[in-house]
Ligand binder design. Sequence first.
Ligand code: NAD
Ligand code: IPM
Ligand code: MN
Length: 370
Amino acid sequence: MATKKLLLLPGDGIGPEAMAEVAKLIDMMNTELGAGFETEEGLVGGSAYDAHGQAISDADMAKALAADAVLFGAVGGPKWDGIPYEVRPEAGLLRLRKEMELFANLRPAICYPALAASSSLKQEVVEGLDILIIRELTGGVYFGEPKEIIDLGNGQKRGIDTQVYDTFEIERISGVAFELARTRRNKVCSMEKRNVMKSGVLWNEVVTATHKERYSDVELTHMLADAGGMQLVRWPKQFDVIVTDNLFGDMLSDVAAMLTGSLGMLPSASLGAPDPKTGSRKALYEPVHGSAPDIAGQGIANPIAMIASFAMCLRYSFNMVEEADRLEKAISAVLDEGCRTRDVMSEGMTELGTGAMGDAIVEKFRSLSS
Ligand code: NAD
Ligand code: IPM
Ligand code: MN
């Protein structure tokens, strides 16, 4: 790849605060390592709505489609609570996912050794945790039609969302899960609710058939998604890769986030299908957390989820595996030295603001690079 075109979409709330720390890394990698990133910025979410009445403009959407990778901060906040549903901040993110066809959302939950005591769960439950949630991202109840509120005319209204999955959607997301499991501990647990949902019955059938046809070397188990949530907090280390639908994946990954100590720790990669000719794929990297309106503007947000999302970008979009490993090592080492943002602060540790945490990680990354 001649150039590495990155589109930065910082968004709202703590999004821009976290993105500023990734921008430091990009600058450092360009000037000191000759990484050759070309960056552009765009608006998404409430900030885009304020500028031009849309959650993402067509021009920025086109930039996202043309970029080699998109880095996304966070969107939303109480300021935009009352605006029309179609242009609410979250619609910008959903449009990006749909139009870029980012059907596979990889949400790793890794408990860094230094944070094993920061989880709300017992240390032995989370110590050494390394699981990967694969969330289907362009289907299911998020996008199924009809999706509306209808007036029943008797003083009653009806809100409708529709859960829809087609065979090909389940096949391709389970393929991603099986492929990734082969590079890890070779286990996939598929979660749905086949006991109450027709889409769950189909999900279970298609995952089972895909496994039988192409991936019988991988260990496959099935779990009802509610029980899966319970097992995630009871003994999460039983899992390797979890594959699930759009809505269950959203909820289960927030649960998994707390196993790692804070929502501010969880990165994600949203990937499209590889181009059959070039092998490259559309991709967007975003922390799992939102715009955190309760702490926005205070300089205390944890930038690690955003920085670790950039590490995933290095690995999956640019095949810079060594640099990705080094960046993850830098995060781990800084935590080992006792540096903490407020969300994971504990006695005897050093509290750092967002900028100082970013600086410490850049500095550690630099020292590991030389
Ligand atoms: P949230 O993730 O923004 O915050 C939940 C809690 O976690 C808050 O107490 C917050 O302070 C804390 N938190 C989150 N990220 C943190 C970080 N990096 N460092 C320290 N603490 C952190 O979820 P919410 O409050 O339910 O949603 C707020 C807004 O964000 C809503 O508008 C929602 O739609 C939106 N949202 C956006 C995304 C996204 O852009 N990808 C994801 C989730 C929620
Ligand atoms: C996430 C968020 C989004 C989702 C919202 C902001 C649309 O919660 O990425 O986890 O529900 O997918
Ligand atoms: Mn979510």
